[in-house]
Design a protein. Structure first.
Length: 208
């Protein structure tokens, strides 16, 4: 299992603006989408290819295209929805599933309330998206549910992660590659990432 922390200057710059308490909901949504698109470029680097002959205006070109049923993106509701437009801009033919989870404020454990995945998910590479990887509970539960449907491969992509969440997800699902825009210091007593960026869902949807 590999953990990839993005070091691209554009991603680092956009994450810095994302953290700023003065960033508006509109700007925040746009930045989440843009960062997700940039990260998706790296996360899809190892997609399988197959040969294809393409007729150009001049001759036949021997080219490569993505093989098989390609991709499915699964956002963890609700904050994961903010990353969907960005990844679909890069891979518009991908299917999208949804998993609804919320964190119990007392136990900090995930509670599932919705799960709808593509019928052919067993033929697809799956990338689970959620802006935050805090305790890791939601990501672990979501990936557990997806694995029951037998996908070809699963990756997890988030904007901000705490070391505690990375450790928990790695232990629970050692076969899942993790892609992170920024790895922060720790969790506070309330399970929030520090320094973090606050509640991603509230900032995306303007409900803070």
């Amino acid at each position: 299992m590999a953990v990839h922390v993005m070091d691209h200057p554009l991603i680092q710059h956009k994450v810095s603006v994302l953290r700023d308490v003065e960033t508006t909901s509109k700007q925040f949504r746009e930045l989440v989408s843009e960062i997700a698109m940039l990260m998706c470029y790296e996360a899809t680097r190892d997609l399988p290819l197959t040969d294809k002959d393409v007729q150009t205006p001049l001759a036949t070109a021997h080219t490569k295209v993505i093989a098989g049923k390609k991709l499915a993106f699964v956002p963890i509701l609700r904050a994961g929805l903010g990353m969907v437009d960005g990844v679909l801009a890069l891979v518009p033919n991908a299917r999208v599933g949804h998993i609804g989870l919320y964190r119990d404020p007392e136990t900090l454990m995930p509670v599932e309330y919705y799960c709808k995945l593509p019928a052919d998910i067993d033929k697809r590479e799956v990338i689970v998206v959620d802006p935050m990887l805090a305790t890791g509970g939601s990501a672990i539960d979501a990936i557990t549910q997806i694995k029951k449907r037998g996908p070809k491969d699963i990756k997890f992509m988030c904007l901000i992660a705490a070391p505690e969440g990375v450790e928990a997800l790695t232990k629970a699902h050692p076969d899942v590659e993790i892609y992170i825009a920024a790895l922060d210091d720790c969790l506070n007593d309330h399970g929030y990432i520090v320094p973090g960026l606050g509640d991603a869902g509230d900032r995306i949807f303007g409900t803070k």
